[in-house]
Design a protein around this ligand. Structure first.
Ligand SMILES: C[S@@+](CC[C@H](N)C(=O)[O-])C[C@H]1O[C@@H](n2cnc3c(N)ncnc32)[C@H](O)[C@@H]1O
Length: 343
C-alpha cells in the first residue's frame, strides 16, 4: 500500500465552492467499490501546508492510476513518502481531443463541465462496462442533451456519443458548433443531416458525425461516432437501436427557469418526464448498462427518483459513496445524482 495525495483542480473549488473535496471523496468511494475494489482505501479531505488535498492509501498498478487520472476533479497526484516528501505521479488521462471542446460554448442552463464528467464517471463505473472504460470505445446516450456537454465529454474520452433534445435551438446550436470546431481543429470527419422518420411519420431531425483523432486513425477506420436527434426524450427508443448503449447519462430539467430557456413543454415536472421516459431508456441499455441522472432534489426528491429507477426495472446504487454527491448549486437548486443498473 502507498499513500497518495490528490490535488483538486482549482476550477472545481470555484464551481462547487466548499463541496469539491467532498464530491472527490464520494467519486473515489465509487472507484473503491467498483474497479478498484480492495485496492483503494477510504479517502479523506486533508489540509497540508495550508492547501486542500484528498488523501488515501492505495495499491495501484498502471490501470489503477489511470482510473485516478480520470477522476473529475483530479489536477495533480502525489505519492507520499513520510509527511514531507511528495513524488508527482503522471496522470495518463483518457482525453483525446482539445479541452476547448467542452469550454467554448457558454449558455444559460449549461451543465457544469466537471459535474458532467463526474456523472459520466460514476455511471460508467456502476455499469458492466466499467472494466472496459480504459480500453474500449463505450457507447453513451444523453437523452436530454441540451447543447451537448455530456456528448462532448464522451467524445473527449474517445467514446461514441448519442443525444436527444426536443429544443430545436439547442439541436441547431450544437450541430453548428461541432461542425465548426471539427473544421477549426482540422480533424478528418463526415457529417450527415437527415430527417428523422419512423413508420412513415416525421419524428424530427438527426445529425450523424464520424470523426477520427488523427489522419492515421481515419485511414485505419478507427473512428468515433456522434449522433444527435431533435426529438422527444420519451421517444429515444424509436431513434436508437435497442440494447446498444453501455450508459445513459443525463442532467434532468431542474423544474426552475434557466434564463431564456422557457420554451413550451420544457417546464414539465422532472419526475413526470423521467417516469414517462425511463422505460424507453432502459430498452436502449445493454444488459449491465447503467443510467445516471442529475436531479434537483428540491423538485425531484432523491427517494422518488430512486423509486422511478426501481419501477423501470433498474437496480439502484445507493451505498454511502453514491449518497455523497448532494451539493448546492444556487438558491433554487440542490443537486444530487441517482444511478441504476440494468440486470
Ligand atoms: C438541464 S438541461 C440539460 C443541459 C445539458 N446537459 C447541457 O449542458 O447543455 C435539460 C434539457 O432537457 C431538454 N428537455 C426537456 N424536456 C425534454 C423532452 N421531453 N425531450 C427531450 N428533451 C427535453 C431541455 O431542452 C434541456 O436542454
Amino acid at each position: 500500500m502507498s499513500s497518495y495525495a490528490l490535488l483538486v483542480a482549482p476550477s472545481a473549488n470555484r464551481v462547487y465552492a466548499r463541496a469539491a473535496a467532498a464530491l472527490t471523496v464520494a467519486e473515489l468511494g465509487v472507484l473503491a467499490e467498483t474497479v478498484l475494489a480492495g485496492r483503494l482505501g477510504q479517502a479523506t479531505r486533508e489540509v497540508l501546508a495550508g492547501v486542500d488535498y484528498v488523501t488515501f492509501e492505495g495499491d495501484l498498478d498502471t490501470a489503477g492510476l489511470a482510473h485516478l487520472a480520470n477522476v473529475s476533479t483530479a489536477f495533480a497526484l502525489f505519492e507520499r513518502a513520510g509527511d514531507e516528501t511528495f513524488r508527482p505521479v503522471p496522470l495518463e488521462r483518457l482525453d483525446c481531443l482539445d479541452d476547448d471542446l467542452l469550454s467554448i460554448l457558454k449558455y444559460p442552463g449549461k451543465t457544469n463541465e466537471l459535474f458532467t464528467k463526474l456523472l459520466l464517471n460514476v455511471t460508467v463505473l456502476a455499469s458492466g462496462g466499467a472494466a472496459r472504460m480504459l480500453t474500449d470505445r463505450l457507447r453513451v446516450l444523453d437523452p436530454l442533451c441540451g447543447r451537448g456537454t455530456t456528448l462532448n465529454q464522451v467524445l473527449m474520452y474517445g467514446w461514441h456519443a448519442a443525444g436527444v433534445d426536443v429544443d430545436s435551438a439547442d439541436f441547431d446550436t450544437y450541430a453548428a458548433f461541432l461542425s465548426r470546431w471539427l473544421k477549426d481543429k482540422r480533424l478528418k470527419h463526415t457529417a450527415t443531416n437527415a430527417k428523422l422518420r419512423r413508420d412513415g411519420r416525421t419524428l424530427g431531425r438527426r445529425l450523424d458525425v464520424e470523426l477520427a483523432t488523427s489522419r492515421q486513425a481515419w485511414a485505419d477506420g478507427d473512428t468515433i461516432t456522434l449522433s444527435t436527434a431533435l426529438a422527444d426524450a420519451r421517444e429515444a427508443a424509436e431513434v436508437y437501436k435497442a440494447a446498444s448503449f453501455d450508459a445513459i447519462v443525463t442532467d434532468a430539467p431542474y423544474g426552475v427557469q434557466h434564463g431564456s430557456r422557457s420554451a413550451a413543454g420544457l417546464g414539465r415536472r422532472p419526475l413526470e418526464l423521467l417516469g414517462e421516459a425511463l422505460p424507453g431508456w432502459v430498452r436502449l441499455l445493454r444488459p449491465g448498462g447503467a443510467v445516471g441522472i442529475a436531479i434537483n432534489v428540491r423538485t425531484c426528491p432523491r427517494e422518488d427518483a430512486l423509486a422511478l429507477l426501481r419501477d423501470a426495472g433498474l437496480e439502484p446504487r445507493d451505498t454511502e459513496a453514491y449518497r455523497g454527491f448532494e451539493h448546492r448549486v444556487d438558491q433554487a437548486i440542490l443537486r444530487d445524482l441517482v444511478v441504476g443498473v440494468r440486470r
